[in-house]
Ligand binder design. Structure first.
Ligand SMILES: Cc1cc2nc3c(=O)[nH]c(=O)nc-3n(C[C@H](O)[C@H](O)[C@H](O)COP(=O)(O)OP(=O)(O)OC[C@H]3O[C@@H](n4cnc5c(N)ncnc54)[C@H](O)[C@@H]3O)c2cc1C
Length: 645
């Protein structure tokens, strides 16, 4: 309902249309308006979280020409809006992958868990919850000590986290000054207003249950707080993707601002151009007999080839970077031979696929006044958002809480997390139900009473230090075919740790929400969920027994979108040296002129969300490349920090 003081509907519609057109034009102008040359110094494949940073940083040297090739289109007004996260999943900016059939996970989806990945400038940063979480310091110490990735311990990577961070919360800055920076390009902010129901949870946890308030990106993780998020609250409340922060400001206008940088969207790279190496020397090589000389790509229905003088950098993400390596003859010998792909370098590409899963518990908030999150694209909401950078479309607040499962002895390295947010049952429900191969009618019955209702509270339960390891293989030698993603979620035949940990998280969340102080504000949706049996055990509440909770976890298993590790980094000296794909300078072993700089190089998954560490990898990887070509590098001054339209 429009208030009487608001401008007329016509005026609001005109304003919305003009701003939409302006922003669309700005985003679209990232595409180069100059012809693509035959050769560049650097070719960067993918403009996601890492690739946007790499393209931007390498082109700071005006003497180096850089081409960024991106399979998806430019960012849009919808990818800009923080509240759109769940609507974008399954849309045309999503690669829409699925796992192979999992024995112990995603039973509600017939075992084939949907895997969203961003196919758009900005990559998966455009589909994500914008959470800024670096992980635990011990994750990186373990990368260095256990996997031999020297140079990647916590204190060594911290400067690259700081290089990318533009922290806008004064309290966070003053509480943990050494851990934060205002000098980076990616804006990190605390949500300015939150749903009162989330505040209730926070207050009860802190005051009644004694949970400390913590800055998870400071010295320790155990505790509770609002998630820091990458949103430009200080200007227009758009997502601060690394594409918006690093790439667009320099590539806008079709390439007039930084003439040595060109970005081509809707350019799908199909293979690397591999040649015999006869250059010798040290720059950007792994010391073998083959060299990455360029890439083949498709654009506007035609095939093209472009060459790299110095390096090809793969930043196509944890699914597409290993796919491209294998399509180009770099991968496990036997697997490539099965597909008749000539083997150039035998490397364990695609092994070590790791991810985080979560299970969402659904609750109805009893008092509607405790909820203000919405993702309805009404005229009123869009006007508030565009003109005042406010209203429900401007934010997606979440509260997080780290905790330890009973099995975890390393209490400074917690293994569980519980998050809360208000997530309306949106239009994507139809797609969700259609995907469910098992108990489809019961799932429709489960969701139907809540359609159109905005009072759904999601309590999301995570296990963040999983033991399960999966593997990515090619399905065929055709680059257009999706690879096979056997994620091994919840490690059905493994040591049982993952499922016990996830069950512990769900049980704790249910105890707090169903029986504690918080229960006066919410009512759980239907139990049992379709396909699962409640227990008859009189000792515990019927929905808290292991058997039911395990079925719950194995039915509604969802990915957090944290696929990592498929081009594992390992060092020369550590145990990782024999099973790694890239060395600690991110050079592909046995190949000259080729690096991987994205989330696929994680030796092990970090204890948190993976966007901030991937931005750190983008910064660190760019520095390594620049150092290796030092003679030619001259930095240019940066543009102002906060982008505004
Ligand atoms: C639904 C979802 C929610 C998430 N939530 C969070 C969160 O809240 N916080 C967080 O920290 N992390 C989150 N993540 C994870 C985080 O977004 C990713 O870890 C991160 O974006 C990965 O960055 P990347 O550079 O490795 O890959 P991407 O960002 O995926 O970039 C890869 C790019 O390469 C392009 N590409 C791929 N193949 C080709 C090709 N053949 N030719 C040309 N271009 C190609 C892609 O289109 C894409 O733009 C989430 C992820 C998802 C999917």
């Amino acid at each position: 309902m429009l208030s009487s003081s608001a401008p007329s509907l016509t005026l609001q519609l005109i304003t919305i249309s003009i701003i939409t057109l302006q922003r669309t034009r700005d985003h679209n102008s990232i595409d180069t308006n100059r012809p693509i040359a035959d050769t560049y110094d650097y070719i960067v494949v993918g403009s996601g979280t890492a690739g946007s940073i790499v393209g931007s940083r390498l082109s700071e040297d005006p003497g180096a020409s850089v081409l960024v090739l991106e399979a998806g289109g430019p960012q849009t007004v919808l990818t800009d809006m923080p509240a759109m996260e769940r609507r974008l999943i399954g849309s045309d900016v999503d690669w829409s992958y699925r796992t192979t059939r999992q024995a112990g996970a995603g039973w509600a989806f017939g075992g084939r868990v949907p895997i969203p990945r961003g196919r758009v400038v900005g990559g998966s940063h455009n589909l994500n919850f914008m959470v800024y979480s670096r992980g635990n310091r011990r994750d990186f110490d373990s990368w260095s000590q256990r996997f031999g990735a020297s140079g990647w311990s916590y204190w060594e990577v911290l400067p690259y986290f700081l290089r990318s961070e533009n922290q806008t919360d004064r309290e966070i800055l003053s509480a943990n000054a050494g851990y934060h920076s205002t000098a980076g390009r990616m804006v990190v902010a605390t949500p300015p207003s939150v749903d009162p129901i989330l505040q209730k949870w926070m207050d009860i946890q802190v005051q009644q249950n004694g949970i400390p308030i913590v800055d998870q990106n400071g010295p320790g993780q155990l505790g509770i707080n609002w998630f820091q998020q990458t949103i430009y609250y200080q200007s227009n409340a758009t997502r601060s993707t690394t594409a918006s922060a690093y790439l667009e400001p320099y590539a806008r206008g079709g390439g007039t601002i930084r003439p040595n940088l060109q970005v081509l969207t809707r350019a799908f790279v199909t293979r690397l151009v591999m040649t015999t190496d006869n250059t010798g020397g040290s720059s950007g090589g792994g010391g073998g007999g083959v060299r990455a000389a360029g890439v083949h790509y498709e654009h506007n229905g035609r095939e093209h080839t472009v060459y790299a003088r110095r390096e090809v950098v793969l930043s196509a993400g944890s699914i597409n970077s290993p796919q491209l390596l294998m399509l180009s003859g770099i991968g496990p010998r036997q697997h490539l031979q099965e597909l008749n792909i000539p083997v150039l370098v035998d490397l364990p590409v695609g092994y070590n696929l790791k991810d985080h899963v979560y299970v969402q518990l659904d609750y109805q908030v009893l008092n509607k006044s405790l909820v203000n999150s919405r993702n309805d694209l009404t005229v009123e909401n869009m006007y508030d958002y565009y003109v005042g950078a406010g209203g429900p479309l401007a934010q997606y607040p979440l509260v997080y809480q780290y905790l330890n499962s009973p099995m975890n002895n390393e209490t400074d390295w917690p293994d569980l997390q519980i998050d809360l947010n208000v997530a309306p049952v949106g239009n994507n429900l139809t797609a969700l139900v259609a995907n469910k191969a098992v108990h489809r009618q019961q799932w429709e019955d489960y969701y139907r009473p809540h359609l159109g209702d905005n009072t759904r509270l999601g309590i999301l339960c995570f296990h963040y230090r999983p033991h399960s390891v999966g593997r990515l293989r090619l399905a065929t030698a055709d680059p257009h075919d999706q690879p096979l993603l056997d994620t091994n979620y919840l490690d059905y035949r493994g040591d049982g740790y993952d499922i016990r940990a996830l069950v512990a998280a769900i049980r704790q969340a249910m105890i707090w929400a169903n029986t504690g102080q918080f229960s006066q504000y919410v009512r759980p949706w239907q139990h049992p969920i379709p396909g699962c049996q409640l227990c008859t055990d009189a000792v515990q509440a019927i929905h808290l027994c292991d058997q039911y909770l395990e079925c719950y976890a194995r039915s509604l298993t969802m990915t957090v979108g944290h696929q990592v590790g498929t081009c594992k980094m390992g060092g020369g000296g550590g145990t990782g040296s024999t099973d790694s794909v890239v060395d600690e300078r991110l050079r592909v072993r046995g190949v000259r002129g080729l690096r991987v700089v994205d989330a696929s190089i994680y030796p092990d998954i970090t204890n948190g969300n993976t966007n901030a560490p991937t931005a750190m990898i983008g910064e660190y990887g760019s520095q390594l490349i620049r150092d290796d070509h030092q003679k030619s590098y001259r930095a240019v001054p940066p543009l102002p920090l906060i982008m505004s339209y």
